[in-house]
Structure formats: C-alpha cells, structure tokens
Write a protein that binds this ligand. Structure first.
Ligand code: HEC
Length: 728
C-alpha cells in the first residue's frame, strides 16, 4: 500500500488537471475520482494478525443433515457451511484431484451452491437452469430449462445468476430470474407446479435459493435498484398455493395489502417513512439470505437496501424507513412479525442486510448465547441475540468512512454527516462502497476454530446526487448521478484506482470481536466459503483457483486452476464412503458487469462455466484452455457534436453501463462495445439497441425508455471512447 502512494498521488493530480476538459469525464467525475484515491490511500484494512482463541460450541448445531449429505442451501438450517466430513484433511488435501466435471451451457456468472441428497447432486446455472447429476460419477441425469425470456435479463442489476435449488420430499424447487417459483420432480426433472411470484409489469427478479421451512417454500426477490417494493412469500410445498406474504416496506398510503405485514406496517413501519410518494416502491428486497431456528421457531430474513437510494426521492422527510437494511424475524407458519434489527437506518448507500446469516451458539462473557452472525455490506460484523434481536456486538471488519462505529446504547451506527449526499448536495465517496465490504458470497463458521470466514472487498465508490432525476422503466432508479460518477478516460487514473482495489479472506473471531488472520488475494469479489471438521477451509478466487487453506491459520495447502473466475461457494459430500468437494465455477455478477475494466484487477479471463467435483482419487483432467481472440480492428471514425456525445454519456451511464461496464470498458463477461463492429454501423446498432434484435440473448431493445436519437447519441459516445482509448 505504502509503496503505491506516490503513484496514486500523481494520478490524483492528473484527475484534477484533465477531468474538466474531457468530453466524457466531466469535473464531477474528477472530484469523485480524487476522493476515491484519497480514501484508498488512507491506510489499510482493519484485519489484525493476532492469533485466534478456539471457542468450543456450547450447544449442538441445528438440524444436521443425514450422513454425507449436503441437504440445505447453507448445509443445515443454521446455514453454517461447516461439514463434519473428515476424509479430506490438512494432511491429505494435497492429493485432491478432479473426479468429474460438466460444462454448463451459459457464459454468465455462476453463483449456485449444489445440494446433495440420496446420491444425487442438484445445482443451477445462469438463467435459472437446473441440473441433476449422479453425485459419484457426474453423469447428467436430467436438466431443466425454465426458458426465462432473454428480455428479463434487463430487469435486474446484477447478472442473470442463480444461487441454487432447495430439495425435499422428492421435489426440487427453483426460483427463476423472471420471478416464477417452480417445483420439479427430483427423479425426472418434470414440472409439478409453477407459480408467478411477482408483478411482471415491474422489474422484479429472483436470484436467491428458496428455503424450506414448516412445509413451505420461502422465496424473496430482487429489484430495489429499480425501486420496486420488497417482500417475501411462503408457498405450500405440495400445492404451490400462497400461504402468506410479508412486505418489508409500506405500500401506498392508506392501502392495506391483506398480507402478514399489515399489522406491523401500521404499528411501526409506516411512521418511519415521511412523505413517500406512491410512485416509490421503497426497496427492501429479500434477495438472498435466510436462516431458521426450529427451537425458537423463527425464520430470519435479510432485507435489502432502499430504493431509490437517495432519500430525498423516496422519503423526503427523512426517517429510518423500516425495514430496509434490517434483519427481520418471522413466524414461518403465518409470516407474523416477531422482531427486527435495523443495521443501516434510512440507508442511502445500498447497504443491504441480505448478506449470509449464520446461527450459532457461542460462549460470550462466560454465558451461552444463541446468536445470529452477519457481515453485511456496511462493513460491521454483527453478533445479534437471535431470541430477541438485541445487539451483542458490532465491529468494523473492513475500512469504513461512513461511520465511526455503532452506539451500543441504541444499536444505531454513528454516521459521518458528509455521507448524507442527499443533504449536502455534494459527492460522497464511501468505504465500503455500493458493492459492500462483503457481498452475497456465503461465509462459513467452523465450530472447532470458532472462526467465521468470508471474502472481504475494498472498493470505494462515489455517490453523487442526481439533480435531474427522472423515473425510467428500463434502467436503475437510484437518484444518484451515474454519469458524473463515471471513471475518466485517462488510463493512468484507471490504473491507479484499480491498484487501490483490494480483496481478502478474513477469519473473524466473533467472541474476541476481531480478525484472527486474513489472506490477501489478487483483487475483490472472491468466492464463498466452506469449512470442515477436519480443519480445512475451501474457497474459490476471482482469479480462478479453488484453494484449500488450513482453517486455523490460513496457510495455503492445495489449489486447482479452474480456468475461470470463481464467485460461487464450494460444498462437500460423501457417497459410498468417499468424500467429494464440488463447486460451480464461472466469473460474473455485478462487479465485472458494472465496474468493467476495474474488475479485471481480479480476473481478466473469459467466463468458462463448469461444475467441478474433486476427490482424493480423481483422474479427470480439464481440456486445455484456448487463448481468446482480442479485436485489433481500428475504432470507427468519430462523429457527433459535443452535446450529442455528452447526451450519449448520460444515457450510457444510466442504461448501459450496468452491463457493459463503467465508462465503456467491459469487465469481460458481456460484449466490449468499444470493439463491437456495430459501433460503426448505424443500422445494426439501431436494430439491436432500439429494435431488440438480440433480445433472446439478454440484450433487450430499449424503446420504452430511449428514442432512436438517444441510441445514436450513445453510439457517438461509444465511438468517441473507443478513439480516446486507442490513442493512449
Ligand atoms: C441487462 C444487461 C444489458 C444492458 C443494460 C445493456 N446490454 Fe447490450 N448486451 C447485453 C448482452 C447480454 C449482450 C450480448 C447479446 C448476445 O450475445 O447476442 C449485449 C450486446 C450488445 C450489443 C451487441 C454487441 C456485439 O458486438 O455483438 C450492443 C451494440 C449493445 N449490447 C448495446 C447496448 C447499449 C447501447 C445499451 C444501453 C442503451 C445496452 N447494450 C444495455 C446486455 C445488456
């Protein structure tokens, strides 16, 4: 870090010099950039090197799956991803080899945790497709394609990913990207029932794995970036009939939903919103994490960020805006509210509380406590009493600029006044940024070491209020100005910001409230974690290796080159006395889509999506990696007025950049528009961007929001950017 300072300082100076004169940058971008660099330079992460003390569990874990199985999304109901299997251990793991692999037919982000029951491995791939394998041989038994329309690809912010199925009673349940919940016959993959869980007129998506509790399938959805209204639903496992629905934020003033949430909205939540317009959904989507405690009979849901982010638009009078960025405990039979803990009151920074939650029993101050642990995007590691939602501890696991800590008397974060960009009207650069100090990538809790392992990101991002906010149907509705936040063209600046991005695995001691150790990785956005009773920790890296570490001290014991960036978590199971480790690899998700070129710090290879399964006697090998072709064609001739290019930059930032990358620099998962032949062909461009010629492949036509002139302005901007970059 220290060695890079002078380089950063130089780049910071350049940002100030050139920003204002650039057609595609603009002075605000320079301000934001300078601030990002300053934030990145202000010291390193908080993870310490102190050795951990092992904490013995006081109480038995909840609902252990049958011998050798991985039956639940997070292994068991407490979602600790701690397997009792011990055949693969620190002194045998060096001999771990590929047993079988399966090529997946999509090249988008892969985020699933496979499930293994009854000798069958069930998993999902991008576009919500399901596969069932013989878990020992890897033979594909059946596959299911829910045929999500390609156009639905534009309904979500963060790639057409899916985090897996739920399996019980011979049924496999999957949520589809376009909002359906499907029950399949586990033997044949045939549909048993399908329900539509969302209003198709709005930008709802499902990426999370369903959870099975009390004979019900529990499913949430995403869409807070488009400012939809969040909720979680429970469907009868047998029939698919809706049992209950719990909205996480209030609806239209004075209108009851007839839902499980009606009572608590009236009693508590409504009053925390001030002047919410009916056009505002409010966000609070439950897009990933849940856990269940059968003894307490409580279902815990992680609630997402607010939408729009800028509070002036969604709740102009301020307020906490319950239940955004909260953990809420519900009765699974009825959806009745029991308690909540709000981590980021009045969230404006995309600080979701949807990150993975682990239930554990810890000895704290000499007393056994039933806790819930979470390391959400806002950068605090929370230990909460899961019986009543009372805060036990909250400590920063990563550098934080938005807060000085949590006030233990109130449980509320003390927020830096400058972070309220909606009030100051000024750009604010935050750490953690919009991608979070830790995102969805699952954690793992080892009951022997007492440590919780998770991948940590340092990605500072700017929040600049949008003074001319307009609602869009086919673009994010954030209330922040994405064009002003765009990275300038100057390659030296891009390189400097990229150099400041950081990714680690942190081993957190929830009792001592500090990091026991950490491992530095190539960059942010690394895969989720698995830990075993034999003392191993497994995790895939963004750079493309599956790695086994010693769970005690993070020593690297084994690794396998997976030929593609990894974001999904590994899992393990045993069949016929043999232990396997399995993982779905394939680079993607919001980081490479939105941050584009920046994300290449972590991974600069094309997506190669596969299921990889390992055993100690494996004999399979991957085909050799083919070099990918890089376009060397010169960019098309620049055209268009300064005003047209500036308009193109605006439209691009709001409508295209979320997939094709910030500042027209692709992260490598979706097409690089600077090198697209279509950028030089007006008609082909119009046919795709307005006409929807590639809609079946996930590139929707944007005619609902954009005119042909808007599309032409974007083309002028893309061509200008291609020329700028070819000259540097
Ligand atoms: C939700 C994600 C998403 C958004 C938003 C998006 N695109 Fe795309 N785009 C895609 C995907 C996926 C493809 C690849 C389609 C294929 O494989 O045929 C693509 C392909 C393209 C192509 C074809 C490139 C080539 O050389 O084949 C163009 C041109 C394009 N997009 C322009 C745009 C423009 C302009 C915008 C904004 C107005 C935009 N896209 C917004 C996902 C997106």
């Amino acid at each position: 870090m220290r060695g890079e300072s002078s380089e950063l300082r130089t780049a910071q100076g350049r940002a100030g010099q050139h920003g204002a004169s650039r057609t595609t940058g603009g002075s605000f971008a320079s301000i934001a950039l300078a601030a990002i660099l300053a934030v990145q330079m202000a010291g390193c992460g908080s993870a310490s090197d102190t050795a951990s003390k092992v904490v013995a569990p006081a109480v038995a874990p909840l609902a252990e799956p049958a011998q050798g199985e991985w039956a639940r999304h997070g292994f068991n109901l407490s979602e600790d991803r701690f397997s009792p299997l011990e055949q693969i251990k620190p002194d045998t793991v060096a001999g771990l080899k590929l047993a079988w692999f399966h090529d997946l037919d999509t090249s988008r982000g892969q985020e699933a945790t496979p499930i293994m029951v009854g000798g069958k491995l069930f998993t999902t791939s991008a576009w919500s497709k399901v596969q069932a394998f013989d878990a020992a041989s890897g033979t594909l038994l059946w596959s299911y394609d829910p045929k999500v329309p390609g156009e639905a690809g534009a309904k979500g912010c963060c790639d057409v990913v899916n985090r897996g199925v739920a399996v019980e009673n011979g049924r496999v349940f999957v949520g589809t990207y376009d909002g359906r919940l499907v029950a399949l016959d586990a033997q044949t993959g045939k549909e048993m029932w399908v329900v539509d869980t969302v209003d198709q007129a709005q930008n709802y998506t499902i990426t999370g794995a369903p959870r099975l509790v009390a004979g019900k399938v529990i499913i949430g959805n995403g869409g807070a970036e488009y400012a939809v209204r969040g909720y979680v639903s429970a469907y009868d496992m047998e029939t698919g009939k809706l049992a209950w629905r719990f909205y996480t934020v209030p609806g239209k003033a004075g209108v009851k939903d007839g839902a499980a949430s009606d009572e608590i909205m009236a009693k508590l939540a409504d009053a925390t919103w001030m002047g919410k317009p009916d056009t505002v959904g409010g966000g609070g989507t439950v897009w990933d994490s849940m856990a269940y405690d059968p003894d307490l009979d409580l279902l815990y849901i992680g609630v997402g960020n607010s939408g729009p982010w800028n509070q002036n638009i969604r709740s102009p009078g301020g307020g906490d805006n319950l239940f955004v960025a909260s953990i809420v405990a519900l009765r699974p039979q009825t959806g009745e509210y029991v308690w909540h803990y709000q981590e980021t009151p009045g969230d404006q920074w995309d600080y979701t509380a949807t990150q993975h939650m682990i239930l554990a029993d810890l000895m704290i101050d000499g007393k056994p406590r039933k806790v819930l642990m979470q390391a959400p995007k806002n950068g605090f590691f929370y230990v909460i009493d899961r019986t009543d939602g009372k805060l036990i501890s909250a400590d920063g696991y990563v550098k934080q600029t938005w807060t000085t800590g949590v006030d233990m008397a109130t449980g509320r974060p003390m927020i830096n006044p400058e972070a309220f960009y909606n009030k100051t009207g000024k750009p604010w650069v935050s750490l953690p940024g919009l991608l979070g100090g830790h995102n969805w990538h699952p954690m793992a809790f080892n009951r022997s070491t007492g440590l919780v392992y998770f991948p940590v990101n340092e990605i500072a991002t700017p929040y600049i209020p949008d003074d001319h906010f307009e609602w869009k149907q086919q673009a994010v509705n954030l209330g922040v100005d994405l064009a002003k936040a765009t990275m300038p063209a100057d390659k030296a600046i891009v390189a400097a910001v990229k150099a400041g991005l950081r990714g680690q695995i942190v081993a957190w001691d929830p009792v001592k409230r500090s990091a026991a150790w950490s491992v530095d990785l190539a960059g942010p956005w690394n895969g989720g974690m698995l830990t075993t009773a034999s003392g191993l920790l497994f995790g895939g890296t963004a750079a493309g290796d599956l790695v086994a570490y010693d769970a005690k001290d993070g020593r690297k014991l084994w690794s396998f080159p997976a030929q593609s960036g990894i974001v999904a978590p590994p899992m393990t199971y045993a069949v016929n006395g043999k232990q396997y480790v399995s993982i779905v690899v394939g680079w993607g998700g919001v980081y490479p889509l939105l941050l584009g070129e920046m994300a290449k710090k972590s991974n600069d290879r094309p997506n190669r999506s596969r299921v990889l399964t390992f055993s100690l006697d494996g004999t399979a090998t991957l085909p050799e990696l083919q070099a990918s072709a890089v376009s060397s064609a010169p960019p098309p001739r620049p055209f268009g007025s300064t005003a047209q290019i500036a308009l193109g930059a605006q439209v691009y930032a709001r409508t295209c950049g979320g997939c094709h990358g910030d500042g027209v620099r692709s992260g490598g998962v979706l097409p690089e528009l600077r090198h697209s032949a279509m950028a030089g062909d007006r008609d082909a461009w119009q046919a795709v961007v307005i006409g929807g010629a590639l809609k079946d492949n996930g590139m929707v036509g944007f005619s609902r929001d954009l005119t042909p002139d808007d599309a032409e302005a974007v083309r002028a901007y893309v061509v200008a950017r291609a020329n700028e970059d070819s000259k540097q």
